[in-house]
Design a protein around this ligand. Sequence first.
Ligand SMILES: Nc1ncnc2c1ncn2[C@@H]1O[C@H](COP(=O)(O)OP(=O)(O)OP(=O)(O)O)[C@@H](O)[C@H]1O
Ligand SMILES: [Mg+2]
Length: 194
Amino acid sequence: MQYPEGATPLDNDELEGLKFKHIQTRAELDQMEQVNIQKGLMWLDKQKQTDILNLQFIRKLHQRMFGEVWRWAGTFRQTEKNIGVDPLQISIRLQNLLDDVKAWIEFDTYPPKEAALRFHHRLVFIHLFANGNGRHARLMADALLKHEYSCLGINWTGHDLLHQGEHRKCYIKSLRQADAHDIQPLLSLFELKS
Ligand SMILES: Nc1ncnc2c1ncn2[C@@H]1O[C@H](COP(=O)(O)OP(=O)(O)OP(=O)(O)O)[C@@H](O)[C@H]1O
Ligand SMILES: [Mg+2]
């Protein structure tokens, strides 16, 4: 299977978790995932007052986005990837992140867009799941904006982030700069929806 730059290849056990054995190509997989993600989005839109800053919600959203395609959806990664922390560190690193985000909200540390993009980057940096981290962490950033900052979300769709191309290149580059503690390029790349 072909992966675009900055994607995490799956190992054999993870591929075993594919619920549809007839899938042959990356395009077919993308399509199945996309249908599932639409349902996850509808589920997310229906959530009214909800606490999104906890492990249960974060796993639940991934399950809702990918559970029809992958048996391991909603469960944390157990293998090392080219991106992400040691799998044994995932829960603790996520808990630290959630504590940080709660403090950002309480002390108004960052404007909403910056809080959401920092949250997005820290999530993909930890790399919670075997796959789907980018797409999940984009929805998580939007959920943070909606439930904690009363904003509509980030305008991600102005950019094609899913396929190899100029937009994805800039996005991945800005995440690498954020890995090196420069969040500015990521901030310049995206705007809030209005
Ligand atoms: N150097 C990096 N630092 C932090 N995050 C990164 C880095 N490189 C890639 N990422 C993130 O990891 C994602 C790829 O991980 P994964 O394959 O689990 O997610 P995905 O939703 O399936 O995304 P994709 O469609 O991009 O493959 C990218 O979309 C990006 O958000
Ligand atoms: Mg992927």
